[in-house]
Structure formats: C-alpha cells, structure tokens
Ligand binder design. Sequence first.
Ligand code: 9WO
Length: 248
Amino acid sequence: MDVTHDMAGSLRIDILTLFPEMFAGVLQSSILDRAVQSDLAEYHLHNIRDWSTDKHRTVDDRPFGGGPGMVMMCQPLFDCVQAVERQDERPARRILLTPQGKPLDQSQVETLAQDDRLLLIAGRYEGVDERVIETLAPLEISLGDFVLSGGELPAMMLIDAVIRLRPGVLGHADSADEDSFSQRDFPGYEGKRLLDCPHYTRPRIWKDQAVPEVLLSGDHEAVAQWRMNKMIERTKQRRPDLLKDRDP
Ligand code: 9WO
C-alpha cells in the first residue's frame, strides 16, 4: 500500500520575456530558490528576442492605425512558445499577464498550483499583436487595475503565489492554509475569504502601545475567538466586496 503523501512532481515554469535578467534576484530569493533546491520546481527563462529572425533582432513594430509606441510582433513570440513547449512533453498551461485579463485571486492561484507546467508570457511595449494572442489562446490574467511597463513583475507575483502552495515548499506544514484569504469555514462566513487579523510580537509595550491583553492570557480558545472577530471586522471595514454573495 502506498502510504506516501504530497507526492506531486516538480512544477516546471517557463517564462517568456524580453527582460530575463529582471527575474534573477526574485527567483534566487529564499522560498522560490528553496523549491528548486528541493526538486519541487524548476524555472526556465527564455528571451523572446532569441526567436527574432532579422539582423537587428527586432521584436516590435509600429501599430496599424497609428498612435504612439510599438506593438510586440506575432512571429518571435509564437516561435518562442512553440520551441519552448517542445522542450518538455508535459502540456503547458499558457498564461499572458495583462491588465485586460481576469483578476487573479487565491482560488485561481490554488488551481494553478495543481498544474505541473506553466508557461508565462510577459508582454512589453504598448501591447501584443492580438492575432498571436488569439492563436496561442493563453489564460489572460491581471494582477491589478494598473498599467506597468511590462508583464514581468506580475509574472513574478504569480510565481511567488503559486510556489508557496506547492506541497513541501513551506517548512511549516500548515502555514499556507492558515494565511489571510484561506480561512473559509467560520460560522456565517462559509466559503468566504477573510482578511488577516493583526499580529504582535515583543515587546509587550512599545511607544506606550500595549499588546491586546487576550493574546497574553494563554487562553487559546479566547485568542482564536478574538482573531476571528478581528478578521471579520477588518474585512467588513476594508474589503466589504469580499463578503458579497458571488454569482447569485
Ligand atoms: C496599456 C494601456 C493603456 C491604457 C489602457 C489599457 C492599457 N493596457 C496597456 C497594456 O497592456 N500595456 C502593456 C504593458 C502591454 C503588455 C504588457 N504591459 C503590461 C502588463 N502593463 N501592465 C501589465 C499588467 C499585467 C498584469 N497585471 C497588471 C498589469
């Protein structure tokens, strides 16, 4: 009988970008690198410019219809995706980071964390030629309603959110579960993601501000009750949208 648990294989993440050097620091930082060292993840960076075919290594061109800026061309990106996907037999979930995408939330992160291969496309310039988006049919994901210079930073955020949910990545077994946005079973708040409660550490008094007494009481039940109340109170005050009924 198989008594092992959490035996998901390694998660392969391919990153297609014009600025692969942006990822070095983030991917080498503690948790993301620990996942690699433990054979739980592998990151493969690909410079889209390497698939350009002209001597100037062009990847952008002027927009039809006029207007400022440049548009990312179809051919280098398409060829890059095709070549990268052939590097491994596992089918990749293609993802384009764009403000035009579906807003990322924790349940989507949980879904992506169950995949074994993600292919992230970080666009640049004013946008990506719509025809290559239609042809590749990626999942289009937004990390927020703001415009950046490219999809690289959102790609890093997505990687961080996904990797920390992979079994074995976090040292402490239950941490990912207990985080903000994962408690969903409080009476009256079933299925709801709540904001986190406040946290405190030593000293007990800092600049005349005391730590709430209940946290020092040693009464675990009272502490749990206080934290739950704080989570609900904060969510009502700061993010009432999280408490609305979805899909009525
Ligand atoms: C620019 C723009 C200007 C006005 C209205 C909408 C707009 N969208 C864009 C846009 O997509 N600009 C790009 C820069 C082209 C592709 C990559 N770029 C990007 C990705 N900027 N911001 C993101 C992004 C991705 C995911 N989540 C948040 C922002």
